[in-house]
Design a protein around this ligand. Structure first.
Ligand SMILES: [Zn+2]
Length: 141
């Protein structure tokens, strides 16, 4: 299938990933928290990468962190994103631990720098599903 819209690229929701994606659909960032050591993790996994415990719970995280890196796309490699170029994708080191990535929203592409503060936000796709994005909150000190 050729993806023609960003909604065509949304991942399939499985039993393991449903809390993450249903959280986004409701405007919240939910991540796994290890029931043994308490660390928050991503990507979604059945076992804690820190202590190997399999018990976990899902919790809504604050989603604030520091811009670790970014990339600006000047052309689209899939037709679904042609209407978005140029756009920026950030990797953000969350204060809660994991490093996640998402499109920059709420700011011009040339205004974000490594070290800036950013927070997770949820964009609603045309299909109504939530997609993780980030918006800057403060410049680096
Ligand atoms: Zn653990």
């Amino acid at each position: 299938m050729r993806p023609d819209t960003p909604a065509d690229l949304l991942p399939e929701v499985t039993a393991d990933t449903a809390p993450f994606y249903s959280g986004l659909d409701e405007g919240r960032l939910m991540l796994q928290e290890c029931a043994a050591c308490g660390r928050v993790r991503y990507p979604i996994a059945p076992v804690c990468p820190f202590c190997r415990a399999d018990a976990h719970r899902w919790r809504t995280v604050d989603g604030r962190g520091v811009v670790h890196s970014w990339v600006r796309y000047h052309r689209s490699f899939v037709s679904a994103f042609e209407t978005l170029v140029p756009y920026v994708v950030l990797t953000v080191q969350l204060d809660e631990g994991p490093r996640l990535f998402g499109r920059l929203v709420g700011a011009e592409a040339d205004t974000v720098n490594i070290g800036d503060r950013a927070k997770a936000v949820v964009e609603l796709s045309e299909s109504g599903r939530g997609v993780l994005a980030f918006t800057p909150t403060a410049k680096a000190q």
